[in-house]
Design a protein around this ligand. Structure first.
Ligand SMILES: Cc1cc2nc3c(=O)[nH]c(=O)nc-3n(C[C@H](O)[C@H](O)[C@H](O)COP(=O)(O)OP(=O)(O)OC[C@H]3O[C@@H](n4cnc5c(N)ncnc54)[C@H](O)[C@@H]3O)c2cc1C
Length: 435
């Protein structure tokens, strides 16, 4: 692999941490200017969103383009909302509220920008729901020659399956039109359950619940399951009380988790007992609230993460294999493994392209070396045809990814056409897409 010789810890987002210039455009014209300047001075340009990727996908030694100031709603047409690319997901409830709209699905956090999130294939959970990029209907890009390119179902439509999830390789997204849905509530049931039963019921629970996910606690036979069911916006709201919400979503999930992770780092032998104790402290609650309040929770504990998409049906088999492997290797793993699902889609570089997918996310505390854990699991994922999340740690290169994505070469051809000089290139893209 191209990065052989480096540990995964070295491959973090800081690897190319010194951009030569930082540009903070406040308009699309200024973005065009920066790209033209870069091109004429033989510099690379890398748009950065909220910087929440665990890989160096947004890193650059050229011009870092921070488009945070280009945000907000540009147009609303029924359910179709055009957003400036630097809009953060956490702004959306306030921006979409007046129109009675919401995102159809969300991941665990809302700090990302709409452009950054769609560019890496950010997803939530739900067998009938694709990742965020599947909800994008049109985009406007500033391409490497400094011109604006509109891509939609009626304009340059052949580029749509690439531009909706483009890894930042095709140009600078300046606006995105997203198909929203009428605002809705989610009824949440969260409870500890036996691992064996949850794996047995994986297909049934996923089919019966709009948004099902579970967290496997290594060294225990217990998982924390989350069943979220969509309800009309005028159904009765039963939000978590202020104190209970703070206790579970903030104090337990951040403060206590951080203390637990420090303890596990200092005294690894205690990890199994601490995990068993933790399974008794979290979960077992039900509540109903507006969708974003249920999908998203604050995450303040620092960690590193690798996530793989695999064919939906093999999830139970893989979880059993990894659960047993952790014991066999004698690893002490404090963080739960998160298991989710997504509908198949037709985006060329989507981790769910062409198949119903399950997602397994592996975390380590940022002060622990994840190398052996992640690498060993990555090999297992590859035997199941796994595809790594583009914004999370992995060791794959273009040669190995080409085999995982049927339309990989079509994407590369679009990249060659739109950015032959690699104005938007960086080391990560060279590794995963080729030079
Ligand atoms: C705590 C935490 C929780 C997370 N939870 C989830 C989850 O539940 N589900 C999930 O799928 N992922 C999750 N992620 C991963 C995260 O969603 C992705 O890494 C996402 O890309 C981050 O968005 P960002 O705005 O920070 O983008 P950045 O990391 O800044 O950039 C990502 C990519 O987008 C490109 N980009 C940014 N702006 C533009 C633009 N205007 N034009 C073109 N390209 C652009 C960058 O160049 C880069 O290639 C999580 C990450 C963290 C840290």
């Amino acid at each position: 692999m191209a990065e052989a010789g480096h540990t995964l810890a070295e491959l973090g987002p800081l690897r190319e941490r010194h951009p030569r210039h930082i540009a903070q455009p406040t308009s699309v014209d200024e973005v065009v200017e920066v790209v033209r300047f870069a091109r004429s001075h033989d510099l690379t340009v890398k748009p950065v969103g909220a910087g929440h990727s665990f890989t160096s996908i947004a890193a650059t030694t050229g011009i870092q383009l921070d488009i945070a100031a280009i945000d907000g709603v540009l147009a609303v047409d029924g359910n179709l909302v055009t957003l400036a690319a630097g809009t953060n997901l956490h702004q959306l409830p306030e921006l979409l509220g007046p129109y009675g709209l919401a995102l159809a699905n969300m991941g665990d956090i809302d700090r990302q920008t709409i452009a950054g999130a769609t560019s890496t294939g950010t997803h939530g959970t739900g067998a009938a729901f694709g990742g965020l990029a599947t909800q994008i209907r049109a985009v406007t890009l500033v391409t490497a020659d400094g011109t604006l390119l509109r891509v939609s179902e009626t304009e340059n439509a052949e580029l749509l399956p690439a531009a909706r999830l483009g890894l930042g390789a095709l140009g600078v997204l300046v606006d995105l039109t997203i198909e929203c849905v009428p605002a809705f509530l989610l009824s949440a049931v969260e409870k500890p359950e036996p691992l064996a039963a949850v794996l047995e019921n994986w297909s049934a629970s996923t089919a019966a619940t709009d948004h099902f996910e579970f967290y496997v606690w290594p060294h225990t036979d217990t998982v924390l399951s989350k069943y979220n069911t969509r309800l009309p916006i005028d159904a009765e709201r039963r939000p978590v009380g202020r104190f209970a919400g703070w206790w579970e979503d903030d104090f337990m999930s951040n403060t206590v988790l951080a203390a637990k992770l420090e303890l596990g780092r200092a005294f690894p032998a205690f990890t199994p007992a601490v995990n068993r104790f933790a399974t008794r402290l979290v979960g077992d609650r039900s509540y109903t609230d507006v969708s974003h309040e249920v999908f998203v929770a604050p995450r303040r504990t620092r960690f590193v993460e690798m996530e793989y998409a695999v064919p939906f049906d093999v999830v139970p088999e893989i979880v059993r294999e990894i659960h047993a492997l952790i014991e066999a290797k004698g690893w002490k793993i404090s963080f739960p493994i998160e298991v989710r699902s997504a509908a198949p889609d037709d985006l060329w570089l989507s981790t769910a392209t062409g198949r119903p997918s399950g997602y397994l996310a592996f975390h380590r505390y940022y002060r622990e070396d994840p190398t052996e854990y992640f690498r060993t699991i990555e090999h297992i994922m590859m035997t199941y045809g796994g595809r790594p999340h583009w914004g999370k740690m992995h060791n794959r290169d273009a040669e190995s990814l080409r085999a995982a994505y049927p339309r990989f070469d079509d994407f590369v051809a679009v990249r060659d056409r739109l950015d032959p000089q690699r104005v938007f290139g960086n080391a990560y893209l060279e590794r995963v897409l080729g030079a």
